[in-house]
Design a protein around this ligand. Sequence first.
Ligand SMILES: *Cc1c(COP(=O)(O)O)cnc(C)c1O
Length: 411
Amino acid sequence: MIKKKIKYIDPKIWQLIKKEEKRQEENIELIASENYISQASMYAQGSKLTNKYAEGYPNKRYYAGCKFVDKIEKLAINRLKKLFGAESANVQPHSGSQANQGVFFSILNAGDLILGMSLNSGGHLTHGMKLNVSGKLFNVISYGLDKNQKIDYEYIEKIVYEKKPKLIIAGASSYSLHIDFSFFSYIAKKNKSYLLVDMSHYAGLVAAGLYPNPIPYADFVTSTTHKSLRGPRGGIILMKSKYKKKINSAIFPGIQGGPLMHIIAAKAVSFKEALSLNFILYQKQVIKNSILLSEILKKRNFKIISKTTKSHLILIDLKNKNITGKEAENILSSVNIICNKNVIPNDKKNARITSGIRLGTLAITTRGFKEKEIIIIGNLIADAILFRKNIFFLKKIKKKVKNLIKFFPIY
Ligand SMILES: *Cc1c(COP(=O)(O)O)cnc(C)c1O
């Protein structure tokens, strides 16, 4: 019924949505920051909660009629606190970027010094990149990887003592290993810096107990909800109770107006799912798949940055294959395998070209891929890149991809 009505009202948009749904079904999704959310969470997102204005926080709203959305937001907060063992939580950030901004504006002033991982080494643009508000408003120093392609802890220790940043940020978008949060906490405390851990990529693994939990170590922990947490597109902030007031007012009225109650409901649904045994089993398979994929690619003589993975993601250095990240992305896309080009440490090519690609196993594991399928796609990726000049061969690979995913409908 509803479908029909939407079709009638806006056929152009409806057709494009249908096309995008088909594209998702027909492609193997290896973008490390994407996932497929549950029908239940999606329904909450598409619900009539979107009609409600609820500026403020539960029991302290600026509008009437918030009886039920108050209950929804409280449930979301309580589930989230339970999931990570946090003292306090804010579920209103519209995105991961806004979660980070919420933290910045709760404790920093313009011109303060922050330390984050550089974008080129695997950090996120909200950690001080010059075109981002974090880089425009604050003074920034950055760290990267050492010669073993691990986070350069020695340099961090040195630079923190020397420059005394007010805020230290730990967290990354293309770092495959564990981050030593206890080290960051030690250095931050010694220097009296605040510590923010942005666990956007790892949150689901943390929730399942498969990646170190930053909560005991950090003043603030931010995350997106749509990557490994497998929830709706959005952000969250977890903090020590003593920061609750500052964080809440930095989000509203600081940088946001009314919360997206439909998204908060969908977050609550996803947090409940993440508290289940099934979610732990899912995350275990995510890591198994990622390790296996990296091993297959290593066997095919691909170079894995940091040598291995302890998470859902793998960063590949393509220099020895004489292909740029951009070309590899295009070749793989032509055989219905979707990933993103990615700069690698000391990359001589710019962000539009790059010398690497980033792969992740979140979406394909949700789809049901296990060891057997990983072996197949690992080798198809290698074949497509190695024999990219052979159009006939690429066509055969595409057919194999289509045959494989036939048995794994997403919804
Ligand atoms: C994805 C990501 C974000 C930003 O999330 P958006 O919702 O796209 O704003 C922030 N930090 C890290 C480390 C990320 O990987």
